[in-house]
Design a protein around this ligand. Structure first.
Ligand SMILES: C=CC1=C(C)c2cc3[nH]c(cc4nc(cc5[nH]c(cc1n2)c(C)c5CCC(=O)O)C(CCC(=O)O)=C4C)c(C)c3C=C
Ligand SMILES: [Fe+2]
Ligand SMILES: [Fe+2]
Length: 339
C-alpha cells in the first residue's frame, strides 16, 4: 500500500497544534431514493452494525432492503427535512455545533466535523485539521452512551484513515459521557425549560433511547448500562422516580430481539392506565434527527393518540444550544493536558 503524502498546507507550529474533531453518525444528502439508498447501503454494510457474515447479509441488503427501505425512509426524511438549508436536521445541528465550538475556542483549537457514513467524512475532517497545521487531534464521537455500533465504529473509521497516512497526527479518542455532570446538568435544564413552556403538566416523562439488538449486549456491548447511568443520574437531578420517568428503547430494525422495553408498545399501553398526557425525552441523541423528530414526534404521537392519549410533547435534544456547546467544550478541555 502506498501512503499518502499529506503535507500540511499550514506549517505545524513548534510545540504542536491540537485540533478537535467531532463525529456523528451520518445522514443522507437528500430525501430521494438514490441518496437514501447510498446512505443506508454504507451504514448497513458496516460490520459493526450488522455482524452477520456478508455472504448471508449482503444479498438480503442489496435485494429486499435497499429496494424497499429507501423510499419509505426518504418519505420520513422528507417530513423532517430542513428546507431552508436543504439538509437533514442531523447535518444542520452537527455543523452548527462545530461552528459554535470553534467560536468558543477562538482559534485556540481548530474544530472540524465528520460523519461516520457519508459526507463530510471523518477523513475529510482529519485533512481539514491537518491542513491547518494540527499534529494532534482530540476525537469526540457525539454519542453520550458507548456502543460498539456507534462509538467503536467511529473510532475504527478514524484509524482506518490514519492507516493511509505517511504523516500521522497523534490522536486522543474521548470516551462516552453517560453521566458526566455537565451532560446531566444540560439535560436537566432542557427538561425544566421545556416543562415550564407548557400549559399542561405531563403525567410521565418517558425516556426513549435508540435500541440495540439483545445479542450485542450478550456479547459484551454495555450500551444499556450506560443508558441506565444517564437516566438514573437524570432522575436524581429532577427528583423523579422510575415510575415517573421510565426507560424505553426505540428504533428496532429487523426481526431479532432488541433491548426492552420497546418504546412504542410501552407508550401505547399508557392511556388504558389513565396516563394520557406525556412528555418524551431522548437522551441517547445529542441532536434531533429522524429518530427523534419522525419516529417519536410523528409516528409515536399518532400511535399514542390512537390508543386514547391526549397530549405528547418532545423535549428537544440539546442540539446547538449554548448548553450543548458548553458541554462539548468541557469534554474537550478536560481531555487536554493541564498547562
Ligand atoms: C441494525 C441496525 C441499527 C443499529 C444497531 C443501530 C444502532 C444505533 N443507531 C444510533 C443512532 C442513530 N440511528 C439513526 C438512524 C438509523 N439507525 C438504523 C439502524 C440501526 N441503528 C437505521 C436503518 C437508521 C436510518 C433511518 C431509517 O431508515 O430508519 C440516526 C439518525 C440518522 C439521521 O439521518 O437522522 C441516529 C442518530 C445509535 C445511538 C445506536 C446504538 C446505540
Ligand atoms: Fe440507528
Ligand atoms: Fe427509526
Amino acid at each position: 500500500m502506498a501512503f499518502k503524502s499529506n503535507i500540511p498546507t499550514h506549517p505545524v507550529p513548534a510545540g504542536g497544534k491540537t485540533g478537535v474533531l467531532i463525529a456523528n453518525l451520518g445522514t443522507p444528502d437528500g430525501t430521494d431514493y438514490f441518496s437514501v439508498r447510498r446512505y443506508l447501503g454504507e451504514f448497513l454494510s458496516d460490520r459493526r452494525v450488522i455482524e452477520a457474515p456478508p455472504a448471508i447479509w449482503q444479498p438480503i441488503l442489496q435485494g429486499v432492503i435497499l429496494t424497499t427501505r429507501p423510499s419509505k425512509s426518504g418519505e420520513a426524511y422528507g417530513r423532517i427535512w430542513n428546507r431552508e438549508e436543504d439538509a437533514s436536521p442531523l447535518r444542520v445541528y452537527t455543523r452548527a455545533q462545530a461552528e459554535k465550538l470553534a467560536a468558543r475556542f477562538e482559534g485556540e483549537f481548530p474544530v472540524a466535523w465528520g460523519m461516520r457514513y457519508g459526507k463530510p467524512s471523518i477523513a475529510d475532517a482529519v485533512e481539514e485539521l491537518m491542513d491547518q497545521g494540527c499534529d494532534r487531534l482530540v476525537f469526540l464521537p457525539l454519542y453520550p452512551q458507548y456502543s460498539a455500533t456507534t462509538t467503536a465504529t467511529a473510532n475504527d473509521q478514524l484509524f482506518r484513515y490514519l492507516m493511509t497516512l505517511r504523516r500521522q497526527p497523534a490522536v486522543q479518542t474521548l470516551p462516552a459521557f453517560p453521566d458526566h455532570p455537565a451532560y446531566i446538568a444540560a439535560l436537566e435544564k432542557s427538561v425544566r425549560d421545556h416543562l415550564a413552556s407548557l400549559s399542561w403538566k405531563p403525567q410521565r416523562l418517558v425516556a426513549s433511547f435508540h435500541g440495540l439488538p439483545k445479542l450485542c449486549v450478550e456479547k459484551g456491548d454495555y450500551y444499556p448500562d450506560d443508558c441506565e447511568r444517564t437516566l438514573s443520574a437524570l432522575r436524581t437531578a429532577l427528583g423523579l422516580s422510575e415510575e415517573q420517568m421510565p426507560i424505553t428503547y426505540q428504533s428496532r430494525f429487523g426481526p431479532m430481539e432488541w433491548v426492552q422495553p420497546y418504546t412504542a408498545p410501552f407508550v401505547s399501553a399508557l392511556p388504558e392506565q389513565g396516563i394520557t398526557r406525556i412528555a418524551v425525552i431522548m437522551p441517547g441523541f445529542i441532536s434531533d434527527c429522524i429518530e427523534t423528530l419522525d419516529e417519536i414526534g410523528n409516528e409515536l404521537r399518532e400511535e399514542f393518540i390512537e390508543a386514547g392519549g391526549e397530549e405528547l410533547t418532545l423535549v428537544p435534544c440539546l442540539n446547538d444550544s449554548d448548553d450543548a456547546v458548553a458541554l462539548l467544550e468541557t469534554l474537550v478541555r478536560e481531555a487536554l493536558p493541564k498547562k
